[in-house]
Design a protein around this ligand. Sequence first.
Ligand SMILES: *[C@@H]1O[C@H](CO)[C@@H](O)[C@H](O)[C@H]1NC(C)=O
Ligand SMILES: *[C@@H]1O[C@H](CO)[C@@H](O)[C@H](O)[C@H]1NC(C)=O
Length: 360
Amino acid sequence: MSLPLVLMLSLFSTMMTLGGAARDRPPAIFVFGDSHVDSGNNNYLLASLSKADHFPNGIDFKASGGMPTGRFTNGRTIADIIGEEIGQLNYAPPFLDQYTTGAALLNGVNYASGAGGILNKTGALYVSRLGMDLQIDYFNSTRQQLDEFLGKIKAGELVQKAIFSITIGANDFLNNYLTFISDFEAPDAYINRLMIALKDQLTRLYHLDARKIVMGSIVPIGCIPYQTSLAPLDETGCAALPNQLAIKYNGKLRDLLTELNQIFPGSNFLYANLYDLLMDVITNHQSYGFETASDACCGNGGVHGGIIACGPASSLCGDRSKYVYWDPYHPTEAANLIVAKKLVHGDAKDISPINIQQLI
Ligand SMILES: *[C@@H]1O[C@H](CO)[C@@H](O)[C@H](O)[C@H]1NC(C)=O
Ligand SMILES: *[C@@H]1O[C@H](CO)[C@@H](O)[C@H](O)[C@H]1NC(C)=O
């Protein structure tokens, strides 16, 4: 009787050990970008006109009991879902939250900011926002805090293993190039300028020990209700020019990431194909269970409710899971879930050269 028990116990303890190893702390996630992934930074920018700190934003966000957090969607962002998929128990907290210090840094930090872009001038109409240069300055400050908290060697290891998730660039078109604040400039010249700035920014991150960088392409910005409520539409039902600009930018971005992978030893720059992933959801929305890929769930004005931002006075759709777009600019949690899971587990057309699971 006693022998099987001993065997069982030893088997049990072996399983516990293996399970324990598998349950090592997941890599930290440092999130950079715009309102697609802002987890509350703009709440702290008093002068910002780009805020999601009011009902009904966050209505489906379980971690806050449905209270607004500053996320520009009804539930989780793509960055939140990626964090969950790789085993994070807490979402990366906003950098500007005063409690984001010490041990709270160890899971990663979110620097993203509504209206932010690659260029400093982008989003100027929203007054206050964190552009990409400033977001990296802030990461540099986190980096120094981690050095003090863990010691330089452990801090370096944490950062080298961490995922850097970057979702930026859409505002450089929507809230700069396509508005009256832009200098009159040909698309190619403007996109080149974006690439020069971005190369500098990604190089700075590499020098701060970032090695695993997931760079999002620009989503189909011609298909957002804000655009489709205003502009003449092409045969895909989207505004042609913004999508053409996004495609041009995305091509150059792919080339830049290939170049960076070659120049920086030990680096992994991944191209997250947000454009095609979201376009697939839009085009095939019915097969994904959505009823509409053109109307905003929360918004008013124009054909698709895409003129006036989502707020307490907006009309709100009945079933949020049936809408691809939450508001005039941002996808719903339901759409974010489809895209985020493909970034973690998908194939080379979704994310390349490897997916996030392989990156870890
Ligand atoms: C943008 O702003 C940041 C900080 O606000 C500054 O450090 C950086 O030099 C600026 N970049 C450019 C290209 O002007
Ligand atoms: C980080 O900050 C330090 C100290 O302010 C500065 O010397 C260094 O150049 C910064 N690094 C980057 C990549 O911005």
